[in-house]
Design a protein. Structure first.
Length: 191
């Protein structure tokens, strides 16, 4: 009798473990990022490494200027014109993803216009978007509202705002990698 109870217990443990493992495998994660300076790219890489998510770079067909001041002027012009810059590449089978991490810098109080292009190009129904913004003092700005407007059927999860301050105001600010705030945030949201 003890042997039968023990075998039943082992069978249940294996069934539960296998079911949980299969559930984890089916929980698809996309880590989409736009990065001019490299900050959002580095943070997206950290998220992908910790979660097992697939990386996707949101990249404009026409590159932004490499000089900081010229880049900010271009970004401002796009914002003023409510532009939707064309992006290269696309996410293969967006339907498979349930969770999307969206990493980007704060440009002029919101996300870069290329993110509007990205968000408006897919159906985010039922998906959870976790935003991560890098900034020089503006935090999320109005980007969370803009994400909600651009992906109205998505659930917007708790975001993370990372200040990227540099001593040199002529170039891009830099964030610390690996970033302890990212690791804490991922634990907090259950990743």
């Amino acid at each position: 009798m003890k042997k039968q109870a023990f075998l039943t217990f082992i069978f249940i443990l294996l069934a539960v473990h296998t079911g949980l493992h299969a559930q984890t495998k089916n929980d698809k994660i996309l880590v989409a990022y736009f990065s001019w300076s490299g900050n959002a790219k580095a943070l997206a890489g950290q998220i992908a490494q910790k979660t097992g998510g697939n990386l996707f770079e949101i990249k404009t067909i026409k590159p932004y200027p490499a000089v900081y001041d010229e880049c900010t002027k271009t970004a401002r012009r796009e914002l003023d014109e409510n532009a939707r810059p064309a992006i290269s590449g696309s996410v293969a089978d967006m339907k498979q993803y349930e969770t999307v991490f969206l990493c980007y810098p704060n440009w002029w109080g919101t996300m870069p216009m290329a993110l509007f292009t990205f968000l408006e190009s897919y159906d985010f129904s039922g998906k959870t978007i976790y935003p991560l913004v890098t900034h020089g003092g503006g935090s999320f700005g109005r980007s969370l509202d803009d994400i909600r407007k651009s992906a109205p059927k998505a659930v917007i999860g708790e975001g993370l705002s990372i200040s990227a301050m540099s001593r040199n105001h002529e170039g891009p600010a830099v964030v610390k990698i690996p970033n302890d705030n990212v690791a804490s945030w991922l634990r907090k949201i259950g990743m």
